[in-house]
Design a binder for this molecule. Structure first.
Ligand code: CP
Length: 307
């Protein structure tokens, strides 16, 4: 079996184009598996995986759990709420206690940027980053690029606009790294207050006019406005944000071409995207979710195989 260049999946920044190609090729096989009547293979039969979620999640948590179970792994789930974290136990103590129960791999979501890298340096286990603050969400970046490849045939040469709250988004950074490694052109679009100051240094185009961004791109990835991470006002009102940066049918119909619409979820319906667009044939939002399971199966399989 070929293996990844890294022991962990901490961020797309740390992996190569060859790693991404291998993950996609492996995911193709697993996508075929999960569309069979019996959706399981015994590839991780001897492996125990702990899913540690210190932050809320629907898609990523369930997707990892299904991926692990469909590979035949034993799975334990941990949520910070209801755990001894509430009594003051540290991250390292928590994880080392879980690893003492003979756990082989750790999937972790945490609100602190860098938490996954920190953990990989402090404990003896394979670490998969399921989202660390506003830093990276590598499996989301992979499943998004995989979904573009599936829809448009390839990622290379495609123009992808990442639109909305880039500043607070971990999806944006992992998308930028994945898409650039695969040869796509990337644009970010949003109010200047929601675009990080360093963004130009990443080699992306920057646009503050939504219509121009949509006219430029083949794919629009609409990001959620992360009100829970905004402790100050980044735009005057939600109404103004919707008027300037919300994607609706009228705007999409005004383009002289068809574009693919994506959203990592959870959606604020009627804010960054209207329901008629989110649920339209232009949207591949549920295909992204479906592909997430196959891509996570590939990541877990390749990392476990290198043990
Ligand atoms: N896309 C994503 O990370 O969704 P969840 O927060 O529900 O996992």
């Amino acid at each position: 079996m070929s293996s990844l260049s890294q022991k962990h999946l901490l961020g797309i920044k740390y992996i190569s184009k060859e790693d991404i190609d291998l993950i996609f090729k492996t995911a193709d096989g697993f996508k075929e598996v999960i569309n069979r009547p019996i959706k399981k293979v015994p590839s991780l039969r001897d492996i125990t995986v702990a899913n540690l979620f210190f932050e809320n999640s629907t898609r990523t948590k369930l997707s990892f759990e299904l991926a692990e179970k469909r590979l035949g792994a034993d799975v334990v789930n941990f949520s910070a709420s209801g755990s001894s974290v509430k009594k003051g136990e540290t991250l390292i103590d928590t994880v080392n206690n879980i690893l003492a129960m003979k756990v082989d791999m750790v999937v972790m979501r945490h609100s602190s940027p860098g938490a996954a890298v920190f953990l990989s340096q402090k404990v003896n286990s394979i670490i998969v980053n399921a989202g660390d603050g506003a830093h990276e969400h590598p499996t989301q970046g992979l499943l998004d690029a995989y979904s573009i490849r599936e829809k448009l045939g390839s990622v290379e040469g495609k123009k992808v606009a990442i639109i909305g709250d880039v500043l607070h988004s971990r999806v944006a950074l992992s998308n930028i790294f994945t898409l650039q490694k695969l040869g796509a052109e990337v644009m970010v679009c949003g109010p200047t207050t929601l675009l990080p100051k360093y963004i130009c240094e990443l080699g992306v185009k920057v646009e503050t006019n939504l219509q121009k961004a949509l006219q430029w791109c083949d794919v629009a990835n609409m990001l959620r406005i992360q009100l829970e991470r905004q402790d100050i006002k980044f735009f005057p009102s939600l109404r103004e944000y919707i008027m300037l940066f919300g994607l609706n049918k009228q705007l999409l119909d005004s383009l002289d071409k068809e574009i693919v619409i994506m959203h990592p979820g959870p959606i604020n319906r009627g804010v960054e995207i209207t329901s008629d667009i989110a649920d339209s044939p232009h949207s591949i939002i549920l295909q992204q979710v479906e592909n997430g399971v196959a891509v996570r199966m590939a990541v877990l399989y390749l990392l476990a195989g290198a043990r």
